[in-house]
Every structure is written in structure tokens, then in C-alpha cells.
Design a protein around this ligand. Structure first.
Ligand SMILES: Nc1nc2c(ncn2[C@@H]2O[C@H](COP(=O)(O)OP(=O)(O)OP(=O)(O)O)[C@@H](O)[C@H]2O)c(=O)[nH]1
Length: 208
């Protein structure tokens, strides 16, 4: 993958690897697809968009060898230890956001191997145009948000903490609550947001 081009000086990326992978039957992050692990693919997209990339996971040791420059075209990814495993992906986002200082964070789930880095970077170029009160820029299709490839302002931290403390666990509920800005995307771009959940997804025809 080609060199990253700084998109926004205040953009970091946070990759998620955790959960149960119960539908896949084995750890999704480590699954090989077309010669690379799903985690490696998503980390490469993140590294294309920003030099500041973090992985939040309950198992940093497990992925240590996959975050090195040898795997990531000369880049590195810093692993953050997730401490509370009970709150799902939103809890992981909270822990990640609280350790990252950049104004914006590109959130990427490790099970999105079809992402086109140039498109994600083009989306990031919209960030400077957002009003200060916009806490997130997230692809939306109809009323369905695609939160696992979206941009979150660091100041979303406190509203997120409050949502989790009140028992909230759903991005689909939280995003309207904070008035997230929908990202206008075309049909072709939505195809790259297909996440891999089951073994059959690994053998489905590539939408490209
Ligand atoms: N760090 C972290 N990532 C998570 C957590 N739960 C899910 N994820 C990640 O979020 C993405 C979407 O996860 P899901 O497919 O909804 O859940 P899953 O637990 O991985 O899989 P299922 O058991 O099949 O639902 C994947 O990239 C997971 O690695 C969590 O508690 N912590």
C-alpha cells in the first residue's frame, strides 16, 4: 500500500479488535483473507490515513507481531490494553478516546477488509468543514449508521461516558443522541463497508 498522505493534522486512528467472533468461530482479527490477516488490512488503511494509529484490544500480546513495520509497510501501530470487557465496542471506543490526544479519531473495526483507503481519506478531508458542535461524522444508509468506519471528535468522550454509565450499548442509539453528522456516500462506497462475520463471508464474491 502506498505512503500515507496527512489528511488532517489532528487525526488519529483507532482500530478495534475484541468481542467474541462467535459467528466466525475463530478470532476474526487473525483470519487470513487473500494473503493478509483482516487486522493487518485494516491497520494498513488506518496507516494510510494518519501516522498516528492505535489498536484497542483486550489481547495486545496476541497481536504484537502483526503491528510491526515488517507487516505494515514500515509503519507501526501502538496497542492499547482494554481493561473493561463488559461494555462491548462502545466501551472500547471510550477507553481508546480517553488515551488519544488528537482532535479527531477515525474508528475502524478489524473486520472491514474491503475498505478503500483513498475513499476513507477523502471522507476525512470533510472534517475541517464541520461545525465545532459536530461530534461525529459517520456513514449512514437510510436510518442505519455504519459506525465502525466513522470519525469521532475527542469531545465526544464525555457524552459517550454518560451514555455508557446509563447502560447504553448501541451506536445506533447513541449517534442520533449526540446529533452525529451523516456522511453522504454512494452505493459503491457502501459495499466496502461490508463486515466479515461468518465463514461464508470469506468466500463471498468480492463486490469490486
Ligand atoms: N476492542 C473491542 N473490540 C470489539 C469488542 N466487541 C466487538 N469488537 C470489535 O468490533 C467489531 C464488530 O464486532 P461484532 O461483529 O459486532 O462482534 P464480535 O463479538 O466480534 O462477533 P460476534 O460474536 O459474531 O457478534 C469487530 O472488529 C470486533 O473485533 C470489544 O468488546 N472490544
Amino acid at each position: 500500500m502506498s505512503e500515507s498522505i496527512p489528511t488532517h493534522p489532528q487525526l488519529a486512528a483507532l482500530v478495534l479488535a475484541g468481542g467474541q467472533s462467535s459467528r466466525m468461530g475463530e478470532d476474526k482479527a487473525q483470519i487470513l483473507w487473500e494473503g493478509k490477516s483482516l487486522l493487518q488490512r485494516v491497520c494498513e488503511v488506518a496507516c494510510y490515513c494518519t501516522p498516528q494509529v492505535y489498536l484497542i484490544t483486550p489481547w495486545p500480546k496476541r497481536y504484537e507481531s502483526m503491528l510491526t513495520p515488517e507487516y505494515l509497510s514500515g509503519r507501526t501501530v501502538q496497542a492499547l490494553q482494554e481493561t473493561d470487557h463488559q461494555r462491548g465496542p462502545l466501551g472500547a471506543v471510550l477507553e481508546g478516546l480517553s488515551q488519544i490526544e488528537a482532535e479527531w479519531v477515525l474508528l475502524l473495526a478489524c473486520d472491514l477488509p474491503l475498505l478503500d483507503p483513498a475513499i476513507v481519506q477523502q471522507w476525512a478531508s470533510q472534517l475541517p468543514n464541520l461545525p465545532p458542535q459536530s461530534l461525529a461524522l459517520v456513514p449512514q444508509q437510510g436510518t442505519l449508521w455504519h459506525p465502525m468506519c466513522g470519525f469521532y471528535r475527542r469531545s465526544a468522550l464525555e457524552p459517550l461516558r454518560q451514555f455508557l454509565d446509563e447502560g447504553g450499548r448501541s451506536f445506533q442509539r447513541w449517534l442520533p443522541e449526540i446529533g452525529a453528522t451523516p456522511l453522504e456516500v454512494g452505493t459503491a462506497e457502501f459495499r466496502m463497508l461490508r463486515n466479515f462475520n461468518m465463514p461464508g463471508d470469506l468466500h463471498a464474491p468480492n463486490p469490486e
